[in-house]
Design a protein around this ligand. Structure first.
Ligand code: AG3
Length: 286
């Protein structure tokens, strides 16, 4: 018997992957968590039926949520991840020698536990082995309210704006993030697919612009996410991701990345016209 998993990307379109076995399936206090073995993409984690990561293409997302901000900030020391319970984002952060402390604040402890058990290539730095890494099982919004002016970089590694992540796309939350950052802090948040989610993007970027002086969108190719074209929001108090980028430092990074590089850092901020229009302050003439 063939077993296929389908995530619907719209009413009429989806992505289907052939699955050989279910490794975990259960409900936490917050959401449904499934980890399955696929034939093409290795192990795959789903939250409420949405693909979060696969072993084969997670490198794209995790390189791109981390390295643009950490190579724009001149010396990131203290970095916070909100969400990101699979550990992939933390794994990339601790590759940066300037980082002294990487804090993970994930609302759902089950995601951390099952990732450590079943997704070791991602969770390798959140298994208690790295003294620079601190774990908090807590609501990210409550956590940052109590940590003002503390972080150089905050990365919002969330699911789609449905369920527990809704609040992570709102203006109030961005104000709290702004307050939790140091005076030259940077925030990056995953910002959905420019192709399928123009309405979410429009609101999200308007919310960000009412809080941060610098707001830019950048893109990455993630085969298992809706449309494959994914995006991240770069929101910053002082450093601009293109104008203030130190290409030499990124070129001499001294650790391996499989998607990010110093040229792509700049290229990722160049957007197709339709994506630019999703977040334009003034809507184009029809
Ligand atoms: N964050 C999930 C991004 C949203 C995917 N959406 C979807 N499949 N509909 C991934 C967490 C990785 N650390």
């Amino acid at each position: 018997m063939d077993m296929w998993y389908t995530e619907k990307h719209s009413e009429n379109v989806g992505i289907a992957m052939k699955v050989s076995k279910t490794l975990f399936s259960g409900k936490s206090e917050f959401q449904q968590l499934d980890i399955v073995e696929t034939l093409e993409y290795g192990r795959m984690m789903l939250l409420d039926g949405l693909v979060m990561v696969t072993e084969r293409d997670e490198f794209v997302y995790h390189d791109m949520i981390v390295h643009p901000a950490l190579f724009t900030h001149p010396a990131p020391k203290k970095v916070l991840v909100i969400g990101g319970g699979d550990g992939g984002t933390i794994r990339e952060i601790v590759k940066h020698p300037s980082v002294e402390e990487a804090v993970l604040c994930e609302i759902d402890g089950l995601v951390i536990d099952k990732s450590v058990e079943l997704l070791p290539s991602m969770a390798c730095e959140i298994d208690g082995s790295n003294p620079k890494v601190k774990l908090h099982v807590d609501d990210g919004i409550a956590y940052i309210r109590e940590h003002r002016g503390e972080f150089d970089v905050i990365l919002v590694d969330s699911t789609d704006p449905i369920g527990p992540a809704v609040g992570l796309f709102e203006e109030d939350f961005y104000r709290t993030v702004f307050a939790a950052l140091k005076e030259d802090g940077i925030m990056v948040a995953q910002s959905e697919s420019p192709f399928y989610h123009p309405e979410i993007q429009k609101k999200m970027y308007a919310n960000l612009r009412s809080v941060f002086p610098i707001v830019e969108m950048y893109q990455a190719f993630i085969p298992t996410y809706p449309s494959g074209l994914w995006s991240f929001a770069f929101a910053s108090k002082r450093h601009h991701p293109v104008r203030d980028f130190d290409r030499e430092r990124a070129a001499k990074r001294g650790f391996r990345t499989r998607y990010y590089n110093e040229d792509l850092h700049l290229g990722a901020f160049m957007l197709p016209t339709f994506a630019r229009e999703n977040i334009a302050e003034e809507q184009p003439e029809p």
